[in-house]
Design a protein around this ligand. Structure first.
Ligand code: GAP
Length: 507
């Protein structure tokens, strides 16, 4: 890179999904699962940079839930659960998607997704009312489980298979999304268990264990991060819809009658959390559910504008006391809580009740994808002056330093004159606090570029002056500006930039 002043044109652009997928693979964020065997559809592995970014996002969620709220505690329940759990929760009988096949292409689609895509097309053309009417009608038909009506709607809307371009559809059928396997040596139906399709039920069945052991009083919450599995039929859009994914869920148990107020509070808190982490307000929106489960009082999605449009990233649900009531019935164990607080209306204790639940549920992988999409930046820059002036495109990940996989890269300017030794000394003084790396190979410009591509916020360069006065240059990823600073200030400087407290203060 030239030392001449650099001008940056203000025309940064966002990446397309294809660019982001290929960037994620090339720079060690996300790989297709078992790729040497040509991959496994809708399953992905996180690479060395991906796992760091994902862990940082999970830590920010976990701490925001359990550290900032005295009345939210965590658990880590097993993936396998007693099979009756899924009878009680309704997943065995009702956790299905409406599917439709095209007879010519033999491709299978989710009927609701076909209709949603049609509505999105109307919305894009400015036909907002038409889009809303279509979604409302779809919601109505799905709520009353009128699958013939859903098929008719697809025909009326003249929706064609994107592959065969025909409207030669089968009937709409429900398809259960749970994966099953067997416990023990004998493959009998009685040994059948499921891979959990959501982490929430591990929280519900532990409600009283947690309440008693953590001495919590309603209102309180239980948070959990863990894997969930769904046999998704329409597996598209990279890690947006996977068969094995990770959820970050929190069930907040409240006194009946207070659920609306808690629903509003968690809605606002969760939206704010996403914004504070760096997703801009104009790329986030609430979307109320068209189809409410029969027991639900309210449900809303927080949607992010991915390169393929606004899509669900998190769900916030007011679930009444349905889940705990179901578990009480199926397990025959009381799931009641005794509330000793005095009801001002009666002057008596609120007494025994099954708490209502407000749930927040965000997919760690969707949050990861949103973060990556938001960070992916292509910028036109002009380098050099006069005859040497040239324009090029710089790609970098504008990640918040707190989530960046590597916080700082330390470079000796050249591999001699004691610079590598000094760089190693700095590396050793920082590695206990931060994930830092040291790099000696290639020209300095190339080393900057490599770090830009994985979103490292700072590059620390040891040069001739360092050996004289114990200062280094710190090069900033986003502005490419360099500042000189004493080595003794590096820890505090990086610490401030990557601090979770600075994020949490804004919540
Ligand atoms: N306990 C409530 C529940 O599971 P959900 O809306 O089905 O609700 C919650 O899922 C979140 O989990 C979604 O908002 C999404 O972020 C994530 N999620 C769901 N299915 C997913 C999939 N197949 N791949 C990746 N993430 C998924």
């Amino acid at each position: 890179m030239s030392n001449a002043p650099q001008k940056t044109a203000a025309n940064t652009t966002e990446g397309t999904l294809a660019e982001i997928v290929s960037h994620a693979k090339e720079y060690g964020f996300v790989f297709p699962s078992s790729e040497i065997y040509d991959g496994l559809a809708a399953v992905y592995d996180y690479g060395p940079n991906g796992v760091e970014l994902k862990n940082n996002l999970k830590q920010l969620w976990w701490k925001a839930m359990t550290q900032l709220n005295q009345n939210v505690v965590g658990i880590d329940a097993a993936i396998f659960m007693h099979p009756l759990t899924w009878k009680a929760s309704g997943h065995v009988d009702g956790f299905s998607d409406p599917m439709i096949d095209n007879l010519d292409s033999k491709k299978r689609y989710r009927a609701d997704v076909l209709l949603e895509e049609k509505a999105a097309e109307y919305e894009k053309n400015g036909e907002i009312a038409r889009a809303e009417t279509l979604l409302a009608e779809m919601g109505r038909l799905l709520t009353i489980e009128d699958l013939a009506g859903v098929k008719q709607l697809i025909i009326d809307e003249k929706i064609l298979c994107p592959i065969s371009k025909t409207g030669n559809w089968t009937d709409v059928r429900q398809f259960n999304l749970m994966f099953s396997t067997q416990v023990g040596a004998v493959a009998e139906d009685s040994n059948k268990i499921y891979l959990r399709p959501e982490t929430a039920q591990g929280i519900f069945v532990n409600f009283l264990n947690v309440q008693k052991s953590a001495r919590q009083k309603v209102p309180f919450g239980i948070a959990q991060i863990g894997k969930a599995f769904r046999n998704e039929i329409v597996a598209r859009q990279f890690i947006f819809r996977m068969r094995e994914f990770e959820q970050m869920e929190m069930q907040f148990f409240v006194r009946p009658g207070t659920e609306d107020e808690w629903y509003d509070k968690w809605k606002a808190t969760r939206m704010r959390w996403h914004q504070v982490l760096g997703l801009p307000a104009d790329k986030l929106r609430f979307h109320d559910h068209e189809k409410l489960a029969f027991y639900a009082k309210a449900a809303v999605d927080i949607e992010y504008e991915f390169p393929f449009g606004f899509k669900e990233m998190e769900g916030i649900h007011s679930r009444t006391n349905h889940d705990l009531t179901q578990h009480q019935e199926y397990s025959r164990k009381k799931q009641q809580y005794f509330d000793a607080d005095i009801d001002p209306e009666t002057g008596k204790a609120y007494g025994n009740y099954i708490p209502f639940v407000v749930e927040t549920s965000v997919g760690a992988d969707r949050l990861f994808l949103a973060t990556l999409c938001q960070a992916y930046t292509e910028e036109t820059i002009t380098e050099g002056e006069g005859e040497k002036e040239q324009t090029k495109t710089r790609t970098f990940l504008k990640l918040h330093p707190a989530v960046a996989p590597i916080k700082a890269a330390i470079f000796p300017l050249v591999k001699k004159d004691g610079m590598p030794e000094k760089a190693e000394e700095i590396f050793n003084s920082l590695r206990h606090d931060f994930r830092v790396i040291m790099e000696e190979r290639d020209a300095i410009g190339k080393r900057y570029t490599r770090q830009d591509l994985i979103g490292t916020p700072f590059c620390i360069v040891v040069d001739g002056q360092t050996l004289e006065d114990e200062t280094v240059t710190v090069r900033h990823r986003d502005s490419r500006e360099q500042t000189r600073m004493p080595i003794s200030e590096l820890r505090a400087y990086i610490g401030e930039a990557v601090s979770f407290s600075r994020i949490f203060e804004k919540l």
